[in-house]
Design a protein around this ligand. Structure first.
Ligand SMILES: [Zn+2]
Ligand SMILES: [Zn+2]
Length: 265
């Protein structure tokens, strides 16, 4: 399984990166055709990320797009994906699985500026996520866990084949946007890699929105994660501050996401 950071800037696009977007790839057998191939799942599609995604995968080969929640910084580029799939010069590309919280299609229409007669059925196959309801994309098993944020939000535990030995299964977890909660701890239990948001620093006192570097580190420590990548850091925040806060809490392997970073698991 391979994780590529397509965009990682918190809450908006930034000077060095698009907003939240992560590509998870795993090789396995296609249940429909029996073919052995790479499966491509995109988690979140924030502003500017669809264009950046082309650098890492042919967009026609995306198997699923899954939204952690429906704040614009995690889904606004769904409109680029819609235009690409519907109006591609080689013909419509057919419906791709689009996963997200309960008001998914209403939010897509809102961002697009479309009315209720638009159902996007030629390009999207909606999947409304439920905490604990696992779904599979090729060899990747994805389980949503409820987050603690200002709107309905999920983190994901993804289990898939190890990159050097497909018979061995490995796991990664992505928090989406969330503050510290028990379900995030369950999600991250024993994972090889935790991709954790750290949208706040300790100067932010409000709760129920984001993790800080310290709370992300507490999550990694309590869940027994093997390594952690910090993401969703706002462009006005010095990443060193977040990293320092995290390192004071956990002595494990911590790094900071950047656009183009790839992690092989
Ligand atoms: Zn966000
Ligand atoms: Zn959010």
């Amino acid at each position: 399984m391979k994780l590529t950071v397509v965009g990682c800037t918190g809450s908006m696009s930034g000077p060095y990166s698009a907003a939240s977007c992560y590509l998870v790839q795993g090789r396995g057998i296609c249940p429909e055709t029996g073919e052995d191939r790479e499966f491509n799942v995109v988690f979140d599609l924030g502003p500017g990320s669809f264009g950046q995604l082309w650098r890492y995968v042919d967009p026609r080969k995306i198997d699923a797009v899954v939204f952690s929640h429906l704040h614009a910084d995690h889904m606004a580029d769904v409109i680029s994906l819609h235009v690409y799939r519907r109006w591609h010069p080689e013909g419509g590309l057919g419906p791709v699985l689009l996963g997200g919280p309960s008001n998914l299609m209403e939010r897509v229409r809102g961002i697009d500026g479309a009315d209720e007669t638009e159902n996007y059925e030629t390009e999207f196959k909606p999947l409304i996520l439920q905490a604990g309801e696992t779904f599979e994309i090729g060899p990747l098993r994805i389980t949503p866990y409820e987050g603690w944020h200002t709107v309905e939000s999920f983190g994901f535990r993804v289990e898939g084949p190890s990159e050097g030995d497909a018979s061995h299964r490995v796991t990664l977890a992505y928090t989406g946007d969330t503050d510290y909660c028990e379900s995030m701890e369950q999600m991250a239990t024993g994972v090889e890699l935790l991709l954790s948001e750290a949208g706040f620093t300790k100067t932010d006192k409000v709760r129920g929105v984001h993790l800080t570097g310290a709370r992300a580190a507490e999550l990694a420590k309590n869940a027994g994660a093997q390594a952690m990548v910090l993401t969703h850091i706002q462009p006005w925040t010095d990443t060193e501050v977040v990293l320092r806060e995290a390192r004071q809490v956990w002595a494990g392997a911590i790094s900071v996401a950047y656009a183009g970073a790839t992690y092989t698991i």
